[in-house]
Design a protein around this ligand. Structure first.
Ligand SMILES: [Zn+2]
Length: 410
């Protein structure tokens, strides 16, 4: 195979991926006006339904513009030998492969983030604002960006530096070392996410005293879950949308409830949502996901090790001097169809887990308050009640609402 053949395969993958995505979006958009399923008739009144239709369409148009922009930029970058240009800059600074890789990815990451900045600004301060969701101030928006860059530089940079170093001394066997590193890191991050990462962005407080706390305590005690593991987070700092999630394992396990959820839902509904989250814990969903992600990481790194030494990868991107970092970019694109498929499998699994957590809530608490609670959450976030099945299959980590209700009522 020649470098130019591989170049066109890379371009082909980018284009096909983009087209499939746009076809799915269009299919989904065609179903915006479908009749609402019987069980969901009372989610919206007429005015709110109109509003949800406008919200879906605004997001659909925004998605077309922003994704077209990114794919055009990426293709221009490829055709104009952008990777070679950035590689030259990195190599002009140092001869050290680790420093070169850090500068190279630093420029690519920060550059692409800056290019997408106007889009995320527009999404937050125009679309979300127009529909009454946005609570983020420009200051919060700005500091969120800085903090996530800081995290990317420290964590991403640290891991990248170590992996390049492994490659320097172990060559094709580097993947073993990289796998152990990434596995340990993801176990650590999964465990301490709530303790180390969340506080950078949000305040977490224990449940306040009162009737809600009493109701939750009664349920939690029955299920062997202590109140010290339940936190309230100030989600209202950024958005009116509500949420709840389970994170961590072992001694670090916890359920986090958004303050917006506590404001929007009745006490029984909140306990039902909490019961759903406890279900994720009881059914070991976090640990299963973690094991699967560690296994797929191992597979990816092993396949990477088979190709990374091939100078064709660098040549395909128009870079004469082969380098680990360029090979990584080319491999990343060539591998994307496989990661799309693993993504679809993970979403399928995640939807199964949602049913299991719903069933847990139904059997250990009640189905009815979970149903009314989920209705309120859907109403308040102007959810799409009629997604296309193909779109759900690829993108949804949660089953569509009518299917969850059918399961809860069955
Ligand atoms: Zn869930």
């Amino acid at each position: 195979m020649t470098a130019s053949t591989l170049f066109f395969i890379i371009v082909g993958i980018i284009l096909i991926d983009f087209l499939i995505d746009k076809v799915l979006d269009a299919l989904n958009a065609k179903h915006y006006n479908d009749p609402v399923p019987d069980t969901l008739q009372d989610v919206f009144d007429e005015e709110e339904y109109e509003k949800s239709q406008r919200y879906k369409k605004a997001n659909y148009k925004f998605g077309i513009v922003s994704s077209t922009f990114s794919v055009v930029v990426l293709l221009l970058f490829l055709f104009l030998d952008g990777f070679d240009f950035v590689d030259d800059i990195a190599r002009s600074v140092s001869d050290n492969a680790i420093v070169i890789a850090l500068i190279f990815f630093g420029i690519i990451m920060i550059g692409s983030d800056l290019l997408s900045l106007p889009f995320s600004w527009y999404h937050t301060f125009v679309i979300e604002e127009r529909f009454g969701f946005n609570k983020t101030t420009p200051k919060t928006f700005f500091f969120d960006k800085l903090k996530s860059w800081g995290m990317m530089i420290i964590l991403g940079g640290g891991i990248l530096a170590l992996i390049v170093w492994f490659y320097q001394f172990a060559e094709d066997d580097f993947w073993w070392y990289a796998w152990i590193l990434v596995a340990l890191f993801s176990i650590f991050l999964n465990m301490f996410y709530a303790r180390l990462i969340v506080p950078l962005f949000n305040k977490q407080t224990p449940l306040p005293e009162g009737s809600l706390r009493d109701k939750i305590e009664a349920y939690a005690q029955k299920e062997g879950f202590t109140l010290e593991k339940i936190f309230v987070i100030d989600g209202s700092k950024r958005s009116t949308k509500a949420n709840a999630y389970f994170s961590g394992f072992g001694n670090e396990k916890r359920v986090t409830l958004y303050d917006t959820l506590i404001n929007d839902l009745e006490e029984e509904e909140i306990v039902a949502v909490l019961a759903h989250e406890v279900g994720h814990y009881k059914k070991n969903h976090i640990i299963i996901n973690l094991i699967i992600s560690i296994l797929t990481t191992g597979l990816t790194l092993w396949i990477l090790s088979l190709f990374i030494g091939n100078p064709l990868l660098s040549a395909a991107l128009g870079v004469e001097k082969p380098g680990f970092h360029i090979g990584l970019v080319a491999f990343g694109i060539l591998y994307s169809p496989i990661s799309e498929i693993t993504g679809i499998i993970m979403n399928y699994l995640s939807r199964k887990f949602e049913y299991q957590a719903d069933n847990f809530a139904k059997h250990t608490y009640k189905a009815q308050p979970l149903i009314t609670g989920l209705k309120k959450l859907s109403k308040n976030s102007l959810s799409n009640l009629t997604p296309h099945p193909a779109y759900v299959f690829v993108h949804y980590s949660h089953p569509p609402l009518y299917k969850r209700f059918r399961n809860l009522l069955g």
